[in-house]
Structures are given as structure tokens and as C-alpha cells.
Design a protein around this ligand. Sequence first.
Ligand SMILES: CC(C)(COP(=O)(O)OP(=O)(O)OC[C@H]1O[C@@H](n2cnc3c(N)ncnc32)[C@H](O)[C@@H]1OP(=O)(O)O)[C@@H](O)C(=O)NCCC(=O)NCCS
Length: 160
Amino acid sequence: MQVVNSKQSKAFKGSMMPLALPDLNELWQLDLRCFVDGEAYERETFRYLLSNPNTVSRQIRSINDEMVAFAIAIIESDGIGHITTIGVAPEHRRRGLARLMLIEIERALCARQVSTIRLEVRVGNNSAHNLYEQLGYSIVQRMSKYYSNGDDGYLMVKPL
Ligand SMILES: CC(C)(COP(=O)(O)OP(=O)(O)OC[C@H]1O[C@@H](n2cnc3c(N)ncnc32)[C@H](O)[C@@H]1OP(=O)(O)O)[C@@H](O)C(=O)NCCC(=O)NCCS
């Protein structure tokens, strides 16, 4: 467990740790609040991810022990780290929590010999796009109609 003491303009105090199966329901509920565009995961998808030994995850909990942020990556069979989802509760955004989780996940992936990370982001999701760009991810491809509502997506990649 790692103490989180964000010094952004809007301060946040809490702790960061990996996700585990007992977090499943809370994670699913938070995901539904984060992804209001119809792209929220099914509960069973989270169960699969949290049960998979190739998953690397982080959550941030408030001092009231409430989950406020989560991020999940999976090491694919080709050895590439794939950031599958990241979300921060709307009331805790812009406090550096997403950046903090991604930096920790990158460290953990690096320790497991991952040398490349990929992720997908909806064209027009400026918050996420800026976050990834700030952390060194580059667009390598625009994927036509990648999302279920027909929106295009960008494939972004970062060498570690
Ligand atoms: C995208 C998301 C995870 C960002 O979480 P966050 O904790 O608010 O992000 P951070 O505070 O760590 O921001 C880091 C950087 O991301 C960018 N960013 C984050 N929110 C932004 C916004 N609303 N507008 C523009 N840039 C933004 C900025 O570059 C920011 O750095 P800065 O604050 O120094 O300018 C959050 O908005 C979210 O949960 N969105 C809904 C789910 C989602 O879209 N997930 C990504 C799917 S690909």
C-alpha cells in the first residue's frame, strides 16, 4: 500500500494498492459512474481481469476507505502491456490520480519485463488523450468505428 498525498491545486489524501477480487462490486459501481458513454465493462469482465495473473492493477482509496480511482493493464501473449481501462470518480478528477496510477502501473509492467505499452482512446476524449500524451504515449493509428457507438479510436503506444 502506498500513501497518496496529491499536491495538485485540489489536494487529495488516500492510499494506492492493487485491485483484488473482493473489490469487484465496488469497482463495477465506480466504472459505471466513470463510463457514462455506454462503454462500461460488464461485471464478469472485471472478474476475469482481477482473476488473471497477467493483470497489473491499481486502485486509489480515500481516507474514508472509498474507492475513488482504478486502472487495469494486462500483459498480452505477445508481451505487450495493454492498458484496458482507467477511471477516476467525477468528484476527484484533476488531482493527479490517473497520472499517479499510470506511473505505478508502468513501473510494475517494467518490473515484469514489459517494454511496450498500448492503449485505445476515443477520438474526442480530450482529458484522456492529454493524460496519455503528457505521459509519453503517441498515436500510431486511427481505428475507424472502433467503439460500439461508431466513434473512431486512436491506438497509442509508449516504449518503456
Ligand atoms: C481521463 C481520466 C481518467 C483522467 O483522470 P484524472 O485523475 O482527472 O487525471 P489527472 O488529474 O491525473 O490529469 C493528468 C493530466 O491529464 C490531462 N487531463 C485530465 N483531465 C483533463 C481535462 N478535463 N481536460 C483537459 N486535460 C485533462 C491533463 O494533461 C492533466 O495534467 P494537468 O492537470 O497537469 O494539466 C478521468 O477524466 C476519467 O475517469 N474519465 C472518464 C473515463 C475515461 O474516459 N477513461 C479513459 C478511457 S481511454
